[in-house]
Every structure is written in structure tokens, then in C-alpha cells.
Design a protein around this ligand. Structure first.
Ligand SMILES: Nc1ncnc2c1ncn2[C@@H]1O[C@H](COP(=O)(O)OP(=O)(O)O)[C@@H](O)[C@H]1O
Ligand SMILES: O=C(O)C(=O)C[C@@H](O)[C@H](O)COP(=O)(O)O
Length: 332
């Protein structure tokens, strides 16, 4: 019986392929450290195509499931960009689950997937033409719209609220009272933190590693955040080196400090845009999610801030893609 569905989310950095059995029962999951960034670096999408082929084979090997038992394959995120599998245009806001499901495209790529491949489009802020005079009112997302669907449905939320999503690119998503996305703001916080952590002189001070949940230190995050606000990102990052070389501070404290410095980006991005919003929701795992939640609470920009790490242990994007798959299956 064809009851299995496969969801794929490809981001800038990671690709997650999940095989779902009945309902929300996860049967298998493969995560590759391959994403849109790899295609940009290599000038082609071969790594992504290989990851999808290998991912399907590996999932079937692990679970014993075969293509004849799969009802639908559905993808979202940067898979639909020029750096992914097949480019499909963003749909315009406002949009929610119905608009996303109705705009899903079906493509046939038999050398990767023998079934029709459903692709969920991203969302762009509605705007006629983007020019050098108005680009700062515009934003795009691919993947986070699907995460938003999961967060709204799984936790029974209704807008209006601002949704903070962490990742390679942190997104601040404006959700209206009908649960539709009206606008978004992006900061490349995750990619910047990655570049600083692994590819600058500070890689020595960070020990070439991000801070984990267990290593999270609120005081150092807050110190970094306040310095970022006061001195700017560049100067504050260099204090990471001063702390290591001149004060002999350990790598965990320095990583927490740099996380706070970088999260200043997200607050700066949104601080003049919150009029009319009393509630904020933070959706993000690990130290980054904890840190952003803590900063938003301390800054008192919102009356209420809530935090979700994941959807009962599953990623928001995979659950959102599954919800859209089931919507499409139920609605023919
Ligand atoms: N402490 C941290 N732990 C893990 N990832 C972090 C951390 N700080 C920043 N990041 C960023 O988050 C990215 C991973 O985000 P994720 O949502 O899994 O991937 P994607 O953006 O590809 O969907 C990392 O590549 C990095 O840029
Ligand atoms: O829509 C596009 O082509 C984009 O670049 C949006 C991009 O920021 C996208 O939402 C991916 O972000 P993550 O890697 O999931 O953080």
C-alpha cells in the first residue's frame, strides 16, 4: 500500500530527507551537509542531485521500503532555487498553507526520482518591480514558509505575531491574524557566524566549533550582544581575539560571546519594524534558539515571547512539507 511520503528540505547549508509512514510516524531520515552554498561554490548542482539519489537509496536500504510503497515525494527550500534542483518562482505574499499547496509544482526528473516530484514554492514580499530605490522593502524565503505552516498547525497558533526562525539565514516572518505570511526580513546571521567561527583568525579562539546547547552561557551571549550593539560587529568580533590572547578566556566563553555579537544583527534588522506586534515566537534549536529567545525577552520589544525548539523532535521544515503533502493528497 502506498502510505509513505518522502519530504526533502534543502537549505543553504544542509539537506534533510525524511521517509514518513502512517500519519506523522518517521521511518527514516538522512541529513547531508550539502546545500545551495555548495552549488554556488562549485558552479553546478551535481552534489545536490547526487545527495538526492544517494539519500533515497539509503532510506530504502535502512527501512526496507521501495518506490511502489511511496505515495508522494515533496520538496521545499533552496531546492526550488537556481542553486537547487529546479527553479520555480516565489509566490507573492500574503500566503499560507492553501496558497502554498495550490501553487506546488510537479516536475519529472526520472534519473533522480521515478515518481512525480512536488515542489513547494518560496514566498516573496509582494512588490511590482524591485529597483535600487525600493529593494529594502522586499524579501524572499525558500523553506521558512513551510516551517511556518508546521509551527502554526502543530502548536495551534494564530497571528498576528512575528516569527523568528534561525538557520544559515535568520528570518523574521510577519504572520497575520489569518495565519498567512505577509512579509519577512532576512539576516545572514548563521552564515556570518559560520564564516567568523571557521574561516577567520578567530578559528583559533573558537576551536573551529560552534557552541553547543550544553555549552550555552547566557552572560557571555548577552555581553557579546551588548558589545555588538555598542561597537558594531567588526570591532566586537576582534574582542574575541583579545579575550583569548590577552585574557586567556576559554573557547566556550568566546563562542558564546560571538553568538551574542552576531544575534545583534537580527534585533537591528527588526527593531523599527515591530509596530502593531505584541507577540513574538522564536523557533530554533540549540544555543542559537536559546540565545535569541533570551535576548528578545531581555530587550522587552514584545509583550510575550515564546520559544519552540522543534516539532516533537522533528524539524519544522520536514513536518511542514508533510502537512502540505497530506493537504494535496486529501484535496486531490
Ligand atoms: N551554534 C550553532 N550550531 C549550529 N549551527 C549554527 C550555530 N550557529 C550558527 N549556525 C548556523 O546554522 C546553520 C545551520 O542551519 P540549518 O537550519 O540546519 O541549515 P540550513 O540553513 O541549510 O537550512 C549552520 O550552517 C550555521 O550557519
Ligand atoms: O529564496 C531564495 O532564493 C533565498 O535566497 C532565500 C534564503 O534566505 C532561504 O530562505 C534559505 O534560508 P536557509 O538556508 O534555510 O537559512
Amino acid at each position: 500500500m502506498r502510505e509513505n511520503r518522502i519530504t526533502i528540505d534543502m537549505g543553504t547549508t544542509n539537506t534533510r530527507i525524511v521517509l514518513w509512514g502512517k500519519g506523522q510516524q518517521k521511518r527514516g531520515e538522512i541529513i547531508y551537509r550539502i546545500g545551495a552554498k555548495r552549488s554556488a561554490e562549485e558552479g553546478n548542482n551535481r552534489a545536490i542531485c547526487d545527495a538526492l539519489r544517494n539519500g533515497f537509496t539509503e532510506l530504502f536500504r535502512q527501512t526496507g521500503v521501495c518506490w511502489e510503497q511511496v505515495k508522494m515525494v515533496i520538496g521545499c527550500g533552496m531546492l526550488t532555487s537556481e542553486l537547487g534542483l529546479v527553479q520555480i518562482p516565489h509566490i507573492s505574499s500574503p500566503a499560507g498553507i492553501c496558497e502554498l499547496a495550490q501553487s506546488a509544482r510537479i516536475v519529472n526528473i526520472p534519473d533522480i526520482c521515478p515518481l512525480p516530484f512536488y515542489l513547494i514554492p518560496g514566498i516573496q514580499t509582494a512588490k511590482e518591480t524591485v529597483t535600487v530605490d525600493n529593494y529594502d522593502k522586499y524579501d524572499i524565503m525558500r523553506g521558512e514558509e513551510t516551517e511556518t505552516v508546521a509551527i502554526l498547525k502543530q502548536f495551534g497558533l494564530s497571528g498576528p505575531f512575528l516569527l523568528f526562525l534561525t538557520g544559515s539565514h535568520d528570518k523574521i516572518i510577519f504572520v497575520d491574524r489569518n495565519g498567512r505570511i505577509t512579509h519577512s526580513i532576512t539576516s545572514m546571521t548563521g552564515e556570518l557566524l559560520e564564516a567568523v567561527t571557521f574561516h577567520t583568525i578567530l578559528s583559533d579562539a573558537t576551536g573551529n566549533a560552534f557552541v553547543t546547547s550544553e555549552e550555552y552561557e547566557e552572560d557571555m551571549v548577552m555581553k557579546g550582544y551588548l558589545d555588538g550593539k555598542r561597537f558594531g560587529i567588526g570591532r566586537s568580533c576582534f574582542y574575541g581575539r583579545i579575550l583569548k590572547e590577552c585574557a586567556d578566556i576559554n573557547r566556550i566563553k568566546i563562542c558564546n560571546y560571538l553568538l551574542g555579537v552576531m544575534l545583534q544583527n537580527d534585533i537591528k534588522a527588526v527593531e523599527n519594524e515591530t509596530a502593531g506586534f505584541r507577540d513574538a515566537v522564536v523557533a530554533g534549536k540549540g544555543a542559537v534558539g536559546n540565545a535569541l529567545y533570551m535576548i528578545l525577552k531581555k530587550e522587552r520589544i514584545f509583550e510575550k515571547v515564546i520559544h519552540f525548539e522543534d516539532c516533537k523532535g522533528e524539524s519544522f521544515s520536514s513536518v511542514g512539507a508533510l502537512m502540505i503533502a497530506d493537504y494535496l493528497i486529501q484535496n486531490g
